[in-house]
Design a protein around this ligand. Sequence first.
Ligand code: NAI
Length: 215
Amino acid sequence: MEHRKISRAVISRLPRYHRYLGDLLEEGVERISSNDLSKKMQVTASQIRQDLNNFGGFGQQGYGYNVKYLYTEIGKILGLDKTHNFIIIGAGNLGQALANYASFERSGFILKSLFDVNPRLEGMSIRGVQVRMMDELVDFLKNNDIEIAALTIPKSKAVEVADLLVENGIKAIWNFAHTDLTLPKDVVVESVHLSDSLMQLSYNITRKKELRKNK
Ligand code: NAI
C-alpha cells in the first residue's frame, strides 16, 4: 500500500482506531460501517472516512469496513506488525509501573532491561526483566538490538542520558522527563506528559460547571 504524507492529527487518531477495532475483533465483529464506528468512537462518520481515505479507504461504499483487514493495516501503518525491543532508564516509581504493564508486549514492545544508578535496585527483576546499573548500559546496547529507550529519570539528568543513548545507537526515545530534548534529526522523540491530560480534564470540568451555571 502506498502512503501519502499524513498529518500528525490523523496519526494521533490511529492508535484509537486500532484499539476500538481490536475490541470489535475480540467481540467477533467482522464488518462495521463508518456510521456504527462513529457512534462507538464518538467521532463523526465523515471524520472516520476522511482519516481512512488517507490510506486508500479500506472500505467499500455501502458495505462497511472489514474489521480484521482495517485493524491489520492500521497496525502496519503504526509499525505494530514488527516487534520493538525497548529499555527503561530509571527504575523508580514510573519506570517500574511501565515495566509492570504487560499490554505493551501484546502490541510487540518487548522490554529487555531497566537501568538505574541506585545500587539498591541492582539485581531486582520486574516481571522477569532485570534491573541493571547504568555502567552496564553501553555494553548492553552493543550486544542487544534495542530500538527504543524510555526515560523515566529526573529531568536534571534527562539531557545527558539522552545524549549517551543516542551516541550508542538509540534512535527512538519515549521521554517522560519534563524537559525538551534536542537530538539529531534521525532520532525520534515522543514526549508524554500525564499532567497535560489532567489539565485538559480540569479545563473540561471547569467548562461544564460554567455551562451549568449559565443554564
Ligand atoms: P523516582 O524518583 O521514583 O524514579 C527515578 C529513578 O531514576 C530513581 O530510581 C533514580 O535512582 C533513577 N535515576 C536518577 N538519575 C539517573 C540516571 N542518571 N540514570 C539512570 N537512572 C537514574 O521518580 P518517578 O516518580 O518514577 O519519576 C521519574 C521521572 O518521571 C521524573 O522526572 C518525573 O517528573 C517524571 N514523571 C513524568 C510523568 C509524565 O507524565 N511525563 C508522570 C510521572 C513522573
